[in-house]
Design a protein around this ligand. Structure first.
Ligand code: SF4
Ligand code: SF4
Length: 328
């Protein structure tokens, strides 16, 4: 009996430790984002005690609520609108180069999944619309207006490769105060970069050009690396990815895991929560979003390892399809 009591206590302790670790992680991200929103560089936040004190004082109510489990915060979630892209980057981290038949995600799936997801959060700092190339999506206005209505959503970012000028019909939605277009600058490949910037200025659409900070690491091919659980756990800790991803109604820890599943390379039900299935619990969502352990997809990825060497961004392939992927 005594032993039974102790084992329950130990189980409860383990559960409590896990919950507290998740809350501390949530708190850390909330704190960093609050400081970043003030214009402080993330890497310098902790250098000045005045910065720490100012942020803590200004946000003490929410920080306390997070610690007590009464406020759920998320830094970023990506919604995939299409796997079509106007470029064919050989080393695309999101695996677009492996799609032989790229396709648009049904807008109803995107909205239904997000509706179910957002109810578990009090605040989501940024919802990112991605592809492939999200400006190729025919459903941009519908998705933006849908997202902008949620009080939980602070910002909506649209990541584009600078090749596409948005359609006239999308101007109104793109002017929404929450929306910003983030342009990845791949030099000559971003053939409409300047036209897009001028278009944004003319139509009063917010934008940010990502040039100097565009860094790519080699994430490797889709062969299993056969790493041990200990190696995978270390890799996961180093990876520290903060982009959660929703693809076809499934919530994943990161975009690479999402597309590994979609392409059929990694089929592991523990790696995701199907938001469109009948029952979805808060703990299932939090276990993915603030996971403390690695996923099956990590064994097909170099992130967080020494193999992730720096590479030139945007090297193009001749054709799409997995047969074109060079083996390392
Ligand atoms: S532009 Fe390149 S990196 Fe970006 S989604 Fe398309 S293929 Fe991937
Ligand atoms: S190491 Fe795992 S969590 Fe990190 S990007 Fe790769 S697959 Fe995603």
């Amino acid at each position: 009996m005594k032993y039974h009591y102790l084992s329950i206590k130990w189980e409860n302790d383990k559960r409590m430790k896990k919950i507290m670790s998740m809350r501390v992680r949530m708190c850390n991200l909330y704190f960093r984002d609050a400081a970043r929103n003030k214009g402080w560089e993330e890497q310098n936040i902790f250098l000045k005690s005045q910065n720490i004190l100012e942020t803590l004082t200004a946000h003490k109510t929410k920080i306390w609520a997070i610690i007590n489990g009464k406020y759920n915060y998320l830094r970023q979630v990506e919604l995939v609108l299409t796997t079509k892209c106007s470029l064919r980057c050989r080393d695309c981290a999101n695996l677009m180069q492996y799609y032989e038949k790229p396709y648009d995600i049904e807008p109803k799936k995107v909205t239904a999944a997000f509706k179910k997801f957002v109810r578990y959060f009090d605040e989501i700092n940024t919802v990112v619309l991605v592809g492939g190339e999200p400006l190729l999506s025919k459903n941009l206005t519908e998705i933006i207006l849908f997202l902008a209505d949620f009080h939980q959503v602070n910002h909506i970012h649209i990541f584009t490769n600078g090749t596409i000028i948005p359609h006239e019909k999308d101007i109104c939605a793109l002017k929404n105060a929450k929306v910003k277009i983030i342009i990845s600058d791949y030099g000559k490949l971003s053939r409409n970069r300047d036209n897009l910037i001028n278009w944004c200025k003319k139509n009063k659409v917010k934008y940010h050009l990502k040039s100097e900070d565009l860094e790519w690491g080699y994430l490797g091919d889709m062969q299993p690396r056969k790493r041990t659980p200990k190696m995978l756990q270390k890799q996961f800790r180093n990876c520290n990815n903060y982009c959660r991803s929703i693809l076809n109604g499934k919530l994943f820890y990161c975009p690479r895991a999402a597309h590994s599943d979609d392409l059929g390379y990694v089929k592991e039900s523990r790696d995701y929560v199907d938001l469109l299935s009948g029952k979805v619990s808060r703990s299932a969502i939090m276990n993915i979003v603030y996971s403390l352990t690695y996923f099956a997809a990590c064994d097909y990825c170099n992130y967080g390892t020494k193999e992730m060497v720096p590479i030139k961004p945007g090297v193009q392939m001749q054709r799409s399809g997995k047969e074109n992927i060079p083996k390392k």
